[in-house]
Design a protein around this ligand. Structure first.
Ligand code: ADP
Ligand code: MG
Length: 326
């Protein structure tokens, strides 16, 4: 049997030239930083400048693939850790596939998003995915931890105790819960027809999903960054309204909707970042979450010329779709 990397830390040895670990960490919490342009970088460094302690802890690569960074992790996910059927054709499920990390798409507040290629060597089977890796509590500024995870039941009290004590295992468990929450939400929303990236699989704290962007690896801009000439405001508003209606009809609000959590790829609007979706019927503040979402993103549309009445009209129709009003 081939041996795999022990964990995703093996990737810590592989990073773009010139992007030192310390340098990257400094960038992490600053959303205003320009996106890291991996195509401008000259290639990848297999750890020549790694700090000695990193190399010491790197997993041994005794039987890794001849190309790429790791074997495909597809068979490490159980059926419930894989995306919903019908599975799109582009999902590469071959066991001979290898994964290659092509660079960082974006470092966020709570997770980092990487561009990953999964390909079958010697064939034309190749796909790009976004790998969203949740960071443990030490390395993020989680605005969503408080109050949200507390009410959740954990079958294993060992997990509960570790989370309360914030042990290394506990921190990993919290990151894993956020990843699991987002994966479940993506599966649910994708199946309901909401425009979200197709969720391919989850392993631990890593979600692999459809990469929203070009074949060459250029990620789609966020709505907030869209240039005026790229934006057909009426059409984007209509697409958003359709997705939010499906979400509301299913009984949910996004919970953190903004022009930063919406991507636009060649005119197609895609909603991202969904770990905190809110059950608007069960949650006593459900309606106010729904209103806040729509007004938040609505403000961006109004600044681009949408009539303000359209925002309130959408709030009303979504409240009806969610059966919060008659
Ligand atoms: N599926 C995807 N395809 C392309 N880019 C993505 C994808 N998912 C996330 N991104 C990029 O990564 C950024 C951070 O992802 P997001 O899910 O919003 O995480 P965070 O919780 O850190 O805000 C996004 O703003 C977007 O630019
Ligand atoms: Mg986000």
């Amino acid at each position: 049997m081939r041996e795999r990397f022990a964990d995703s830390d093996s990737f810590s040895r592989i990073r773009p030239k010139g992007a030192s670990r310390r340098g990257r960490r400094a960038d992490r919490f600053d959303d205003s930083q320009p996106e890291y342009d991996y195509f401008a970088s000259t290639g990848f460094d297999l750890g020549a400048d790694a700090e000695p302690e990193e190399q010491q802890y790197a997993a041994p690569v005794t039987d890794g693939p001849a190309t790429g960074d790791r074997w495909s992790t597809w068979d490490q996910s159980t059926p419930t850790e894989k995306g919903p059927e019908p599975r799109p054709d582009w999902v590469v499920t071959e066991l001979a596939a290898v994964d290659t990390e092509l660079g960082i798409v974006k470092t966020g507040k709570e997770a980092d998003v990487f561009l990953l290629e999964r390909a079958v060597p010697g064939t034309s089977r190749r796909t790009l995915m976004a790998a969203k890796r949740y960071r443990d509590a030490q390395h993020r500024m989680f605005h969503r931890d408080s109050g949200y995870l507390e009410g959740r039941q954990h079958k294993e009290s060992r997990v509960t105790r570790a989370m309360a004590k914030r042990t290394a295992f506990g921190k990993e468990a919290i990151a894993g819960q956020w990843a699991a929450a987002e994966f479940a939400a993506l599966c649910r929303l994708w199946s309901a027809g909401v425009a979200v990236p197709y969720p391919v699989q989850i392993t631990g704290t890593e979600i692999l999903m459809e990469f929203v962007g070009d074949e060459n690896g250029t990620a789609a801009p966020r709505l907030a960054q869209l240039r005026a000439e790229e934006a057909d405001i009426d059409d984007l508003w209509a697409q958003l309204g359709r997705s939010l209606a499906l979400l509301a009809y299913d009984g949910y609000a996004h919970g953190d909707l903004s022009a930063y959590n919406i991507l636009v790829h060649r005119g197609r609007l895609v909603i991202i970042d969904v770990p905190q979706i809110v059950d608007v019927v069960a949650n006593p503040r459900g309606l106010s979450f729904l209103e806040r979402d729509v007004r938040n993103v609505g403000a961006w549309f109004v600044s681009r010329g949408l009539p303000p009445e359209s925002v309130e009209a959408l709030v009303d129709s979504l409240a009806t779709d969610a059966r919060l009003r008659r």
